[in-house]
Design a protein around this ligand. Structure first.
Ligand SMILES: NC(=O)c1ccc[n+]([C@@H]2O[C@H](COP(=O)([O-])OP(=O)(O)OC[C@H]3O[C@@H](n4cnc5c(N)ncnc54)[C@H](OP(=O)(O)O)[C@@H]3O)[C@@H](O)[C@H]2O)c1
Length: 199
């Protein structure tokens, strides 16, 4: 398969590239890194990426920014970061990609454990992750030509504990390599409309 991996240089993306790169051609993309540069928040940038790369069999996303902070101080502008970047950034990939993926191709999106297991300061993450999962369940029943869509929802990564650990007390972390297996199931399997929780 030809697989477009957006966020390939990140903590999760590197592990996904290692897992899928053993069996497939992986085209890496990122904001400032990889074979191709793209800004997910800009639909025109995503369309230009697909125009450059051409038809692929799968698109996997391991990117998305949002703001963490106390509810009492959250502003609409801070919620807009997550809505425009992690949520609409991935929706933009589906909007543009549904026209160019090969028949039977797949989208794999990234959400996270906070959709149903919240932490302090995580209201934007919980909102965005739940929205992504709802979007994918619905998109799965409308996508044409046998296209599939799934979401990977990991808990905190072992590789990220140094930064995130204090916010995730009591959570058992998972190595990025295990998260990458969920991407493998989505890309190389046959299911659609699924949320793969990696806990
Ligand atoms: N780490 C965790 O513990 C964890 C747990 C659950 C869920 N998640 C979710 O997993 C996703 C990836 O997390 P991560 O920790 O692997 O992130 P990361 O290490 O910060 O890597 C993010 C990657 O996304 C790319 N990127 C960022 N913004 C972009 C944009 N607007 N357009 C295109 N590419 C962009 C970056 O490219 P450049 O470096 O080239 O800019 C980088 O390759 C996030 O949505 C995060 O919420 C992470």
């Amino acid at each position: 398969m030809d697989i477009l991996l957006i966020g390939a240089n990140g903590t999760i993306g590197k592990a996904v590239a290692t897992e899928l790169g053993q069996r497939h051609r992986v085209i890496s993309a990122g904001g400032n890194s990889g074979d191709e540069h793209v800004d997910l928040t800009d639909l025109a940038s995503v369309e230009a990426l697909f125009a450059r790369v051409g038809p692929v069999d799968a698109v996997a996303i391991a990117a998305g920014n949002l703001h963490f902070g106390p509810l009492a101080e959250f502003t609409p502008e801070q919620y807009a970061i997550g809505l425009n970047d992690k949520l609409m950034g991935q929706v933009n990939v589906v909007l543009a990609g549904q026209k160019v993926l090969r028949d039977g191709g797949s989208f794999t999106l990234i959400s996270g454990v906070l959709s149903d297991d919240p932490i302090t300061y995580g209201s934007s993450a919980s909102m965005v992750n739940a929205a992504l999962e709802g979007f994918a369940r619905s998109a799965a029943i409308e996508l044409p030509r046998g296209l599939r869509i799934n979401v990977v929802s990991p808990t905190v990564l072992t590789e990220s504990l140094e930064g995130y650990g204090p916010y995730f007390r009591g959570f058992e972390s998972v190595p990025a390599a295990r998260v990458a297996l969920a991407y493998s199931k989505s890309v190389e399997g046959a299911q659609t409309g699924q949320v793969y929780r990696v806990l």
